[in-house]
Write a protein that binds this ligand. Structure first.
Ligand code: FES
Length: 59
């Protein structure tokens, strides 16, 4: 998925990705499914995603 995101960035094509993470609580409380963002923060895959703008994800 990171490769597709890179190809899209190089081609100037918008890309959204559906992330897969192990999930325990499913409502944003445990942090198990955190996804690192390019701004240094984390988002919960279960609550904030699972679909993210590929440019936001810190691959
Ligand atoms: S599964 Fe617990 S925060 Fe996402």
């Amino acid at each position: 998925m990171a490769g597709v995101a890179r190809l899209c960035r190089e081609a100037g094509v918008a890309c959204r990705v559906s992330m897969e993470r192990m999930m325990c609580c499913g409502f944003g409380a445990c942090g198990t499914c955190n996804v690192a963002m390019t701004d240094g923060t984390y988002k919960s895959c279960c609550k904030d995603g699972p679909v993210f703008d590929a440019e936001e994800v810190a691959w």
